[in-house]
Design a protein around this ligand. Sequence first.
Ligand code: SF4
Length: 456
Amino acid sequence: MSHAKRAAEFLLDEDRTDWHDQSLWHVRSKRDGSIAGIPEWEALRQLGSDIKDNVLGNLDAYLEQFEEKARANGVIVHWARDAAEHNAIVHGVLEKHGVDRIVKSKSMLTEECHLNEYLAGRGVKVVDTDLGERIIQLKKEPPSHIVMPAIHLKKEEIGALFHEQLGTDEGASDPQYLTEAARQHLREKFLAAKAAITGVNFAIADTGGIVVCTNEGNADMGVHLAPVQIHCMGIEKIIPRAEHLGVFTRLLGRSATGQPITIYTSHHHRPKPGGEMHVVIVDNGRTRQLGREDFRNSLKCIRCGACMNTCPIYRRSGGHSYDHTIPGPIGSILSPGIDLKKHGDLAFASTLCGSCSDVCPVKIDIHDQLYKWRQVVSEEGHLTNAKRLPLLGAGKALRHNGLYNFMGKAARVALKLAPRMAVYNRFNAWGKSRELPESPEESFKDWHARQQKDNA
Ligand code: SF4
């Protein structure tokens, strides 16, 4: 199903659409308020972007440096070419230790690799411990946002879910009550887990350490309690030196939720006494993206979610409409690189207003890349007829002055005289939810010529 069709389904619930739109705009406003207190914000963005440029240009060297330092710290480093290798490595570690239940803190990479399903199929029970992630795990849904995975759900829906699954009071929807219930429920899981998996926000090449940012402390609790810790990271998570970390932590918290910094910024350098620490470094298509000159900048992303919170399409279509692990504007430039046929339509899920590029803390040219993906989709023959045929017609008309003038006149007459059903039908996607503008008496060209004549 296309993004447009899934978005249309989301829009059927007008209340939810309005509320989703307003909630995300509230987060965007908090971000604006927070950066207003940082006069050097633009310089900070530029610095973040420049550091990431350097990383992308020297990725192989930084990754090898990271591996060497991490190994010297006693960390076991694994390399995975793709999702299948990543999942097999994680399962291998768990199998070696006889682990059949783990706690996991939020990691978009493990979502991308479908790790939960893979492990469940091999008898390993995975409990997501981030509150939002746990909610959607209980609901058997994928996340709809990379920072706020359950943002599409209302507190009443979560109350009903917790009543059914965790035995909370029927009809209770007080967020504090529900959070406390989740806390009690998760505490048992933390205490019973023999291994903990986390994502990685930053991996520091010159120390071999990794940094995990959360607001709930769940990653720390999992890692501190379980003897085996596994951290899964994409190859692009590298930063060169520890001194660069401050640039990104200042950018990340403010861009994500308007906080000056995430509540927990935890550094992991070596295994606990008697424990084991693994880092799995995953490619899964990233090297291919790095090789695409027009799109390599997308690998600078620090997963703050700001481009989603500001995007007028995302706010009104919901994260599930993108049918990809990473939704919103950044997802729409990453996913066509993975499967152009399946995700090519996401390049069109944008007004190209540029708001995403304006808020991106590492200055990714998101809307330019969306525009470029449209050209790739067209050149490689993946346009649907509904887009291809009108564009073919428009291209011909715009190339021939006489034809353009004739079609303009014909359209003005047709819009006035044609019966409504001839204009508002299934071929008119624009008119599905809005009225076409009233047809003017004359074209702009005619009006301009008349003005010039009058002035003369
Ligand atoms: S593309 Fe930029 S704004 Fe969007 S999630 Fe990534 S870093 Fe944040």
